[in-house]
Design a protein around this ligand. Structure first.
Ligand code: GLN
Length: 492
């Protein structure tokens, strides 16, 4: 697709442009647009220019270069990089510098990608709007009064505003797919275990996956392919070989079945339901058969997630105590070690993170463990079984990514309504399967022009068919708009 990462890579390789010129152009766009968007937390101009020059020299010399040679990537700030800081958009890690690169960073830079900067996010990836970021909210490039979604909202805004060729995000309950939907781009969450989590600052270790946010489906397939595969440093990474998803991506199956759960229809805005209805027409025109599937546990996904994810988070975040890692309170009021922990954590963590730590501690505590945590694990098994049943009838499950388009900054004030943004995405993580959000048109109500997305979910390790069907849809739907949505406007 014109303007996507693969197109850029091919032009750099054919020497109709240079990596250096493209990096310079991205840096200039970042400089103009980032003050309003706040998508980037940090940018690496010197390192990115050096890397671009090295790629250009290699190409000029006719040396072999990798499949991502010269393309600028933005990285969510919870994926560790030796260059710059990794703050998770939290005060507690404000100055944290990693001594090593995450496995995905090693693999992508080995393939020739250039790291252009780190992107803002909800603090420790907890949120759906990028308003819990300790360094100010991120804004949606389509409308600066709206949220970009979260928690990978900085990555989504950066891609949507053309400030990078593509970006990495992490998805624990929807954090790649929901912001992709709200920003009108592609967001892909791989099957659990497909992409190494080594070097991803852990939130919910049984749910987290790294994935790409891109301009096109084929870009997502390429980045996935470059990152995926077993990693001995992540014991949960899957051992089986990664299939080629990119070469056969245009081979639309002659027949395929699209599952439509009744549970995915209620509570959505009309524009979102229209987008799903249009997708049904598109799949039928492509030779797909629509089948009804039943996912009655859709509604309990959120409550299950809000037991399992905080339980894992409270244990993962215990290391940020001002001693082992993170900000240390300096006030003299702290008399003993306990006070030092308590004060460092109270100063370093924002309100939502504190809420999750308390929730997690509660559901794991003696007397409540069986009633909450154990029960949530039992329901998790039932949710998995429900998906297995549904996938015996279909190849992919179609539905909305999020119930609505982007909402105004400050528009959702109680935690529960924020949590409900992920009603269609959390169960993908709970079941460990894969899912992709695709641009599906716009919500034009109230005179605005806000992207909406659809989601396709597929069985664990069914990435090849998921990408083929997503690609076929994109070909008909037309993908994202070519132009950068909006030039910078001054934020009042
Ligand atoms: N919005 C969800 C949460 O706050 C999901 C976040 C994520 O996927 N990282 O937990």
């Amino acid at each position: 697709m014109k303007g996507d990462l693969i197109d850029l890579r091919d032009r750099i390789r054919a020497r109709s442009t240079t990596a250096r010129a493209e990096v310079d152009a991205q840096l200039e766009r970042i400089e103009i647009q980032n003050p309003a968007l706040n998508a980037f937390r940090e940018v690496f101009p010197a390192e990115a220019r050096d890397a671009a020059d090295r790629i250009d020299s290699a190409i000029a010399a006719g040396s072999p270069v990798g499949p991502l040679a010269g393309v600028p990537l933005a990285i969510k700030d919870n994926i560790v990089t030796q260059v710059g800081r990794t703050s998770c958009s939290s005060r507690i890690l404000e100055e944290y510098r990693s001594p090593f690169d995450a496995t995905v960073i090693e693999r992508l830079t080995a393939a020739g990608a250039i790291l252009i900067g780190k992107t803002n996010m909800d603090e420790f990836a907890m949120g759906s709007s990028c308003e819990t970021c300790a360094y100010g909210p991120v804004r949606n490039p389509w409308d600066h009064s709206r949220v970009p979604g979260g928690s990978s909202g900085g990555s989504a805004a950066a891609v949507a505003a053309n400030l990078c060729a593509a970006a990495l995000g992490s998805d624990t309950g929807g954090s790649i797919r929901q912001p992709a939907s709200l920003c009108g781009i592609v967001g892909f969450k791989p099957t659990f275990g497909r992409v190494s989590r080594y070097g991803l600052v852990a939130f919910g270790s049984s749910l987290d996956q790294i994935g790409p946010l891109t301009h096109s489906v084929r870009d997502a397939a390429l980045l996935y392919q470059c990152m995926a595969g077993e990693d001995r440093r992540d014991s949960t990474s899957a051992p089986h070989p990664v299939e080629d998803v990119l070469t056969p991506i245009d081979e639309t199956p002659r027949t395929f079945r699209v599952g439509l759960p009744v549970q995915y229809r209620k509570g959505n805005s009309p524009a979102v339901n229209d987008a799903v209805a249009r997708a049904i027409d598109i799949f039928q025109s492509l030779g797909g058969t629509i089948v009804d599937v039943d996912l009655p546990l859709t509604d309990v996904g959120i409550s299950t997630y809000y037991v399992i994810a905080p339980a894992e988070a409270c244990s993962n975040l215990a290391r940020f105590d001002g001693i082992r890692y993170g900000h240390r309170a300096t006030s003299r009021a702290g008399q003993d070690l306990f006070d030092l922990y308590a004060m460092s954590r109270a100063e370093g963590f924002g309100r939502e993170v504190q809420r999750r730590i308390m929730l997690g501690t509660y559901v794991l505590s003696a007397g409540y463990y069986d009633a909450y945590y154990k029960r949530a694990l039992q329901i998790r098994r039932l949710i998995k079984q429900e998906f297995d049943g549904a996938f015996s009838k279909c190849d992919v499950i179609l539905g909305p990514t999020a119930p609505t388009a982007a909402f105004p900054l400050g528009g959702l004030t109680d935690p529960l309504s924020m949590y409900m943004c992920d009603v269609y995405t959390v169960n993908t993580n709970i079941a460990g399967i894969c899912g992709i959000s695709l641009p599906a048109g716009f919500d034009e109500s109230s005179g605005r022009h806000l992207p909406v997305g659809i989601q396709l979910q597929a069985q664990a390790f069914a990435e090849p068919i998921l990408f083929k069907i997503a690609q076929a849809y994109e070909r008909v739907q037309g993908g994202r708009r070519e132009v950068a949505p909006k030039v910078a406007t001054k934020v009042a």
